[in-house]
Design a protein around this ligand. Sequence first.
Ligand SMILES: Nc1ncnc2c1ncn2[C@@H]1O[C@H](COP(=O)(O)OP(=O)(O)OP(=O)(O)O)[C@@H](O)[C@H]1O
Length: 323
Amino acid sequence: MTDLAIAANGLRKSYGDKTVLDGIDLAVPEGTIFSLLGPNGAGKTTAVKILSTLVSPDPGTGGIHIGGHDLASAPQAVRASIGVTGQFSAVDGLITGEENMLLMADLHHLSKGEGRRVAAELLERFDLVEAAKKPASTYSGGMKRRLDIAMTLVGAPRIIFLDEPTTGLDPRSRHTMWQIIRELVSDGVTVFLTTQYLEEADQLADRIAVLNDGRIAAEGTAEELKRLIPGGHVRLRFTDPAAYRGAALALGEVTRDDEALALQLPSDGSQRELRAVLDRLDAAGVEADELTVHTPDLDDVFFALTDTAARPGRTDQPKETAR
Ligand SMILES: Nc1ncnc2c1ncn2[C@@H]1O[C@H](COP(=O)(O)OP(=O)(O)OP(=O)(O)O)[C@@H](O)[C@H]1O
């Protein structure tokens, strides 16, 4: 069995009479990326704060082990094995990027020479050499995040908590950050990532847990989560009304959109099912002008699991079209 970098049983936290975490279990194998997804206020940051020793869990929480250390009895050892970046950035804007790095090296009790070596290496790795002598307050959002992660790496942590590391970044900076995260993991680091971006979890995470109402609503790989909900369909569009009617007749159980001359039928998107549809159209002697396959994405999963009411801007939602 793979060793777990993070193991938590029955994690609980309430503020007043508000239950934020209602007994969640987490198991993150070493060297993997685990993503905790959830809507605003779901408790993602609270989970990160507890796992990184910044906030105490409620009594009644089961055992929590980080890097093999018991969080309750050995918080110092936990702190020594982790790095945390994200919403609470450690970057000091008044000093330069390099000075921020050297300060971090001091905090980790590196010798002057070693500190300078590590700082230079990380500034190079995170493409911050040119900016190193400038005050961090002049950095762009993406540069600040990169500096923040570089500072976290000074202590060579084996487990890193990234709390919404790409919120507010433009697409290019976000992709750079994804690359950085992938490289961390290829070095054997374990990453615990919270995000509101489903695509980010889909791109990066080995396993994803969806947090809702204080509980894990579902957990698995992106593919496993997508399979949890129905919603795959094939959409056929026609320009010729006669062909449209012929196809509707030939296919039988379909959802019709008479205005758009479009037909929709449930499908898992597999080659076998697509071939069956095309065979029936062939047999009826009709040809669609356009065929599109919709497989559920992580957005569908997220909305299905977290909030059934709010689903803005999606007209192709399977639930609405299946009649
Ligand atoms: N110190 C605190 N005192 C009281 N309530 C708190 C405290 N910290 C968090 N909360 C509440 O706990 C809930 C979860 O907050 P948390 O920041 O963990 O959510 P989140 O999933 O990280 O949200 P976001 O995506 O918006 O950052 C929220 O309702 C928040 O108001």
